[in-house]
Ligand binder design. Sequence first.
Ligand SMILES: C[S@@+](CC[C@H](N)C(=O)[O-])C[C@H]1O[C@@H](n2cnc3c(N)ncnc32)[C@H](O)[C@@H]1O
Length: 276
Amino acid sequence: MININNMSDKDVIKEQYKNTDNLRRRKSLHEKYSVNKIGFQRWMFEQYPFRAKIRILELGSGRGELWEYYWEDQVLQSYEMDITISDFSEGMVDHLRQYHAGRKISVEKIDILDIPFEKDTFDLVIANSMLYHVRDIDRALSEVKRILKKDGSFYCSTLGMNGMTQYLYHALDDLGIPCGHGSDLSFTLQNGMQLLRKQFDRVERRDYEDALRIDRVEDYVEYIYSMASMRGLDRKNYDRLLEYFNARKSDGYLYVPKEYGMFVAENGRGGISGER
Ligand SMILES: C[S@@+](CC[C@H](N)C(=O)[O-])C[C@H]1O[C@@H](n2cnc3c(N)ncnc32)[C@H](O)[C@@H]1O
């Protein structure tokens, strides 16, 4: 049985993110086949309330590509913001150090469950597509709240339960391949608001409209095999999956729904969001 609970099993997650290979494979599927050409990363980047001299921490940075938009933007660089990017995986941290070598950006190895900074340190904390990997979500969010300044903002993106994941589970059901249905995902667009409200006074959800339009179904099946939650999926199912998805093409394309978005969480009065 494929176990969706793997999504927050620390050993499985560390193995999956020991280097950048799986992440790169998944990113390229989105880049190649997404209907919304803005791109989720750029959309997110455009939401952040950047301003001069603020202190920023990104958790679970992965390949660190979000910051490419920063290096392309001379105005943003003139803000002289103090930026730290991080990940709990040694392999990702090595990659981040090489990728951003020689640039004015700090790279640290940090587990969101135990953030090595004093309270009230950051104006902006970012955590993209990583909270659903964390089992003790309340502790993670209380760590974020602790290191955020009173008027700081937390921007975290995640997936929803009506997107790619549910589409895939439905397909596995049809094929008689046993799997859980993701109801145990620790942090989604559906439960995120409630979880964040335990720690933050104001929480807002922002959605990114998108879908995949795929002509080469092999790319999608390889993507499925690169997912942490699909670790138990036997390679012998490869051809069955290909046949299943090819049969669902319409006018030469397979359409896969996506549901991604972010939450903006703040405390106290004011907050810095919207001041960009
Ligand atoms: C799906 S990737 C997202 C990477 C990047 N934020 C992005 O949006 O492309 C999840 C990342 O979170 C990291 N991660 C998972 N659990 C973590 C934890 N407890 N603390 C810090 N990073 C973690 C993984 O190593 C991986 O790099």
